[in-house]
Design a protein around this ligand. Structure first.
Ligand SMILES: *Cc1c(COP(=O)(O)O)cnc(C)c1O
Length: 396
């Protein structure tokens, strides 16, 4: 994209054109899919030039390919970051950053509401490498600061969190890291840069499951981390060992999905708000966890730092057992029962069954999962249809 005033470029223009530095052969408007595992050099001098870092090209697909470069530049531009690194999934990004930055004896502090696989990786697996995970109550910045000791190397949170949609004050979170010289990471999968850009608040690493809103069509797996070029350099080197790169086909789909990112997000925000307001007023619904409604505990923080609140929400069925809650899920017709979120299709699930069935009731209570909870990811369907469908399911 040729422009003299980078700053004034809007999010829709960025998501369509990104930082498209590659002139595609034959003038192809969509990037060709580079299926090659390796990229040839014309002569030894060319290779030497590359090895000495004097030429900007790709070499071997485990270290990157042209499709990846286009998407990484687009994601960096969207998040207002210097650089972005792609991984084969959001979890590969989580594992990639933690393993690359932490060593035996180090500690990491997490807010306790988080994607269950991230938590399980830290507790069950980082511990095997001598890395200690400390959990503090989500949003309690003072508790996080109090848990810091000389071994602390990283502060980690999601915002909004999954599945309670708690929004963390990013300015305060980043400030604690800066005051103690500790790196900060925000998993902003649920927010996306359409709704908040954690880099602007001083957060060091912004992580995304690109499987969700960035891809947006429930047809690919990818993860990304945005940050400064300096910070992402060791991550990129470590990813070269992990080999957790995206397939060229997924990258093509991701680039295509990103072209409509801003349009989709506007609709997800609109649908999320309309459906949450409907649920909040429905007599069979107990609590609604959606940062856009005034009764949400972090509505004020969310309103201050977000442009919109996304399509994901969690709600409870008043006085319902796990089984009665499943009956509501089963009665819904438009949203499909599936894990994941952020796609054009609405998805619905009961966290008890989808992610926490193997937990004991005590363990579920410890992570705030109630039997009567339902998680709903609003897609881009007509909100009136989603509301009518939920209404018939709730009124049975
Ligand atoms: C889905 C998700 C992940 C994991 O991403 P995958 O692409 O499924 O590996 C991480 N964090 C959050 C908040 C998520 O929703």
């Amino acid at each position: 994209m040729k422009t003299n005033s980078e700053q004034s470029i809007g999010i829709s223009t960025r998501s369509v054109h990104g930082d498209e530095r590659h002139q595609n052969s034959e003038g192809a408007l969509a990037s060709p899919i580079y299926g090659a595992s390796t990229f040839a050099f014309d002569c030894t001098d060319d290779l030497i030039e590359f090895v000495e870092g004097r030429s900007d090209r790709v070499e071997y697909a485990r270290y990157g390919n042209p499709n990846e470069r286009v998407v990484e530049a687009k994601l960096a531009a969207l998040d207002g970051a210097e650089d972005a690194i792609l991984y084969s999934s959001g979890m590969a990004a989580v594992v990639g950053v933690l393993l690359s930055q932490l060593s035996s004896g180090d500690e990491v502090i997490f807010f306790d509401e988080c994607y269950h696989r991230s938590r399980e990786f830290c507790i069950d697996h980082l511990s095997r490498y001598g890395i200690v995970t400390r959990e503090v109550r989500t949003g309690d910045i003072a508790a996080m600061e109090a848990a810091i000791n000389p071994k602390t190397k990283m502060l980690v949170s999601e915002s909004p969190t999954n599945p309670h949609l708690t929004c963390v004050d990013l300015e305060k979170f980043a400030a604690v890291g800066k005051a103690h010289g500790i790196e900060t990471l925000i998993d902003a999968t649920l927010a996306t840069p359409y709704n908040v850009k954690p880099i602007e608040y001083g957060v060091d690493y912004v992580l995304h499951s690109a499987t969700k809103y960035f891809g947006g069509h429930n047809d690919l797996l990818a993860g990304a981390i945005c940050g400064s070029g300096e910070r992402l350099k060791p991550l990129r080197e470590f990813r070269g060992y992990l080999g957790s790169v995206c397939s060229p086909h997924s990258l093509y789909l991701l680039e295509r999905g990103l072209k409509t990112f801003a349009l989709r997000m506007a609709r997800h925000n609109e649908n999320g708000m309309a459906v949450a307001a409907f649920l909040d007023n429905h007599p069979r619904v107990g609590r609604v966890y959606y940062p856009g409604i005034p009764s949400h505990p972090t509505h004020a923080v969310a309103s201050d730092q977000m442009n919109g609140f996304g399509g994901l929400m969690t709600f409870t069925i008043k006085d319902a057992s796990g089984k009665e809650t499943s009956q509501v899920v089963d009665a819904v017709k438009i949203p499909r029962i599936a894990a994941s979120l952020g796609g054009v299709e609405s998805l619905i699930e009961q966290p008890l069954v989808m992610s926490y069935l193997h937990y004991t009731p005590e363990q579920r209570q410890a992570v705030g999962i109630d039997d009567n909870m339902i998680r709903l990811s609003c897609g881009i369907e007509d909100s009136a249809d989603l509301i009518a469908d939920l209404d018939q399911a709730l009124n049975r």
